[in-house]
Design a binder for this molecule. Structure first.
Ligand code: ZN
Length: 239
């Protein structure tokens, strides 16, 4: 059975030739991730970016997506609220959602969490990403820890609801720690937040990070879907 994956990327830093991201990801973060996922032959992968019509996510694309991956940073505000709402509804009905790095402040993720999703941050540190849940499907094939020589520091307190599982814990050379890989269930859908992936560093070229992304797509693939939300019509409750 084929699984439809859509990789959404803001794709602004990579198009700016003065930005380091244009050297690290000349084809865009989305295409690097697409290449990494294409090792799994069961996946039908498409990409979507902010500057395409409808942000690359018209209804027919969203309706066909089993797992949506999201990378955004400087232009969260340009994503229409109506699209964030549609994504939230799609997750409640079963679509998997994987929020990467600075997508912690993306509209769809903040909606799904219901908290501020703020955190501490500092540029240019070294991260040791600890596998603190080795029997979790997302940690399959991953060793005790992954060393990331350069990564932006994201630190606690990370204002998210209590996760269902913490799969990875980030430690930074500056002394901070962070819940770097967290899972959540929302309705029929599964959500994974994964911290590594600052655009100036080649994190998505790392074999272990790529393995985690493949694992996360497998894990987030819906096993069941809800056809209609059964929320009562508020008007009918008033009578
Ligand atoms: Zn960053």
């Amino acid at each position: 059975m084929s699984i439809n994956v859509t990789i959404w990327n803001e794709n602004r830093h990579e198009k700016d030739e003065n930005h380091a991201a244009s050297k690290v990801y000349p084809n865009g973060i989305h295409n690097t991730i697409k290449e990494a996922l294409s090792m799994n032959e069961n996946l039908v992968i498409r990409t979507a970016t902010l500057d395409e019509d409808y942000c690359g996510l018209p209804d027919e694309v969203l309706d066909q997506t089993d797992v949506l991956i999201w990378w955004g940073h400087s232009a969260h505000a340009e994503v229409p609220d109506s699209l964030a709402e549609k994504i939230q509804q799609a997750v409640l009905k079963g679509m998997g959602f994987i929020a990467l790095h600075s997508a912690h402040l993306s509209k769809p993720f903040v909606r799904l969490m219901g908290t501020s999703c703020t955190l501490q941050w500092r540029d240019n540190d070294r991260e040791r990403l600890w596998n603190v849940n080795p029997s979790h499907p997302i940690a399959k094939g991953i060793d005790k820890y992954i060393e990331l020589p350069r990564e932006e520091m994201y630190g606690e307190f990370f204002d998210i609801p209590k996760p269902d599982d913490v799969v990875f814990l980030g430690w930074f050379a500056g002394g901070e720690v962070f819940r770097s890989g967290c899972t959540f269930q929302r309705g029929y859908g599964k959500v994974f937040y994964f911290q590594p992936g600052h655009e100036e560093y080649p994190v998505y070229h790392d074999q272990n990070i790529q393995q985690i992304l493949r694992n996360a797509v497998d894990w987030a693939t819906p096993l069941a879907r809800r056809e209609e939300l059964s929320c009562p019509n508020p008007a009918s409750l008033e009578k």
